[in-house]
Design a protein around this ligand. Structure first.
Ligand code: SF4
Length: 549
């Protein structure tokens, strides 16, 4: 007689629990949780102002330096000259430089020229002129000294900018379409909801101790530019059966190791409900999220275990206390690129002009130049995109040719090659302590080589380069994703290189790139390798077939 199967019971498999507060596991189960319990990350601001900025780097409590500083967008940079082979073997303090990266959150990406100029000034005055636009629409500065931070905050906050919760286990900078409010095909303008969530909840201690980082996107963009598929929570513009505009709710996306696409809960969220739905989902993450292991703490793991039906039920019964109606899925995205590069008509008859800096790398001087160009052409605002690009908004028809010429002259390409347009790179070994390889320069050189070797290639093709197994530059959803690691070259030497992922995509049938066993390239051979892949694709593709297909 066979033994009857034991009923599935999660607690038999995980007797120590997952550290879920809602199930009574309030005692910290790892160092990060201990630090967060000992003192809320938000409290470090006053210590930076009162103590650390006055007494200098050596006065900083290590628990603040490597933990709570992130609640204000501050990470220590990697000490220069430490190669990627030492990343995993050195103690954190051996990798720490005395300088910081600071991340400025630009929720939704839209900036006034005044804000852009303040960022430019702060970059030039305190950050050696550095400025990178990230794939979450933030702007990051480097080489910041602790003594400068209070002044930087004063100047940024005077124009409505902030670094609060730009990093850490918090609701980080929220994505919104850079064209919100002006795009002719927009389903709904998500800015009021984004603004309301920001004002109500960012910096609120109710949400400042989450199990891990928490990423939000809110958009009615017809091109689906805010990559809702890989955010922890995403509100995607839809029209219900009555033609009413609202949002379809997606939860639990994320990349890094164990990438997962977000799941639709199948509900229709009215615009006025968005903030409480956001608070409900974020509350579920706070209360039910897995806090035992950092590697399992993102919301995607909870969603993977619960599924969207249970998630919806808990959201409605325990948090909202009302039911949300069923709602439709979003329409297919417009076009095959999500980046808003080029010249396009706005619904008011003006134009927006999207341009491609090199892999998001800008500078204080270049930000000033962009502001000046925009102003000379009658525009009062710019925006960052989630593809490390920028857009100048509200350009009158008779000023378009002139603004394109000025941007191109500044090497800010309005009509870039596919390679310039669709290559992204994370921070990499230049500044990042987790990095194994260099990324920004490698990507920039790759673009030059591919433009030279394949001048006529014009199909969409994304090339994303990461400096380590984390996925800050979204390698798993790129056509060609390159994960930095050490590899062995022909001469048997260990050198910088990349594991290759091929065929990732977003859209109606999103897929993660396939990690082909043994498919690696050295950094030196990268242009040859990518050229071969692109030429093979061109030879073998059928009419209209994308790279991922
Ligand atoms: Fe750093 Fe890795 Fe993220 Fe690149 S992917 S920025 S190397 S953590």
């Amino acid at each position: 007689m066979s033994t009857p199967a034991r009923p599935a019971n999660r607690h038999h498999k995980r007797p120590r629990g997952e550290g879920q507060w809602a199930l009574g596991y309030r005692e910290p189960l790892n160092k990060n949780e201990e630090n967060k319990k000992a003192d809320d990350g938000l409290n470090v601001r006053q210590r930076i102002i009162d103590i650390y900025s006055k007494r200098g780097f050596d006065s900083i409590d290590p628990a603040d330096l490597r933990g709570r500083f992130r609640w204000y967008g501050l990470y220590t940079q990697r000490k220069p000259g430490i190669d990627g082979g030492k990343t995993a073997v050195l103690e954190p303090e051996e990798l720490d430089d005395r300088y910081f990266m600071i991340r400025i959150r630009t929720d939704g990406g839209q900036l006034s020229l005044e804000q852009l100029r303040v960022i430019a000034d702060v970059s030039n005055d305190y950050a050696r002129g550095t400025a990178d636009v990230t794939d979450r629409q933030n702007i990051q500065l480097h080489w910041v000294e602790i003594e400068s931070v209070p002044d930087m905050w004063t100047r940024l906050e005077a124009v409505g900018l902030s670094t609060t919760e730009a990093c850490g286990d918090t609701p980080r900078g929220m994505l919104g379409c850079p064209l919100a409010g002006i795009d002719a095909d927009e389903v709904i303008d998500g800015r009021p909801q984004l603004q309301e969530i920001r004002e109500r909840y960012i910096g609120d201690p109710a949400f400042s101790n989450l199990p891990r980082k928490f990423k939000t996107a809110i958009s009615g963009c017809a091109a689906h530019c805010t990559v809702h598929e890989i955010n922890d929570i995403a509100f995607v513009g839809v029209l219900n059966e009555q033609g009413e505009a609202g949002f379809d709710l997606w939860v639990g996306g994320g990349l890094s190791t164990n990438p997962m696409f977000a799941k639709r809960l199948g509900v229709f969220v009215r615009p006025e409900q968005a903030h409480e739905v956001w608070a409900g989902v974020t509350g579920i993450f706070r209360d039910y999220g897995y806090r035992r292991l950092r590697g399992r703490a993102r919301l995607k793991f909870l969603m993977n275990d619960w599924g969207p039906e249970k998630f919806r039920e808990v959201l409605q019964t325990e948090y909202l206390k009302y039911e949300l109606p069923d709602g439709p899925a979003p329409a297919a995205p417009r076009g095959d690129r999500r980046d808003h590069v080029g010249v396009h008509l706005q619904r008011d008859g003006n134009y927006y002009v999207g341009f491609a800096p090199r892999v998001g790398r800008l500078s204080g001087d270049l930000l000033h130049r962009i502001a000046d160009i925009a102003e000379r052409h009658g525009s009062g605002r710019v925006a960052t995109t989630v593809e490390q690009k920028m857009v100048i908004l509200d350009v009158a028809p008779d000023r378009v040719d002139s603004i394109v010429a000025e941007l191109e002259a500044a090497d800010l390409r309005v009509n870039p090659s596919t390679f310039r347009r669709q290559t992204m790179a994370c921070t990499g070994i230049e500044y990042c302590k987790l990095a194994i390889v260099e990324t920004k320069n490698a990507a920039s050189e790759l673009i030059d080589e591919l433009e030279r070797r394949l001048p006529d290639f014009a199909a969409p093709l994304t090339i994303n380069i990461n400096g380590c197994p984390n996925s800050c530059a979204r390698i798993q959803t790129a056509d060609i994703g390159l994960k930095g690691q050490l590899v062995v070259n022909d001469r048997g030497e260990q050198v910088e290189g990349y594991q290759v992922h091929l065929g990732g995509s977003f859209g109606l049938n999103p897929s993660f790139g396939r990690k082909v066993r043994g498919l690696k390239t050295t950094a030196e051979d990268l242009p040859d390798y990518v050229e071969r892949v692109v030429r093979n694709y061109e030879k073998q593709k059928d009419e209209g077939e994308s790279f991922a297909e």
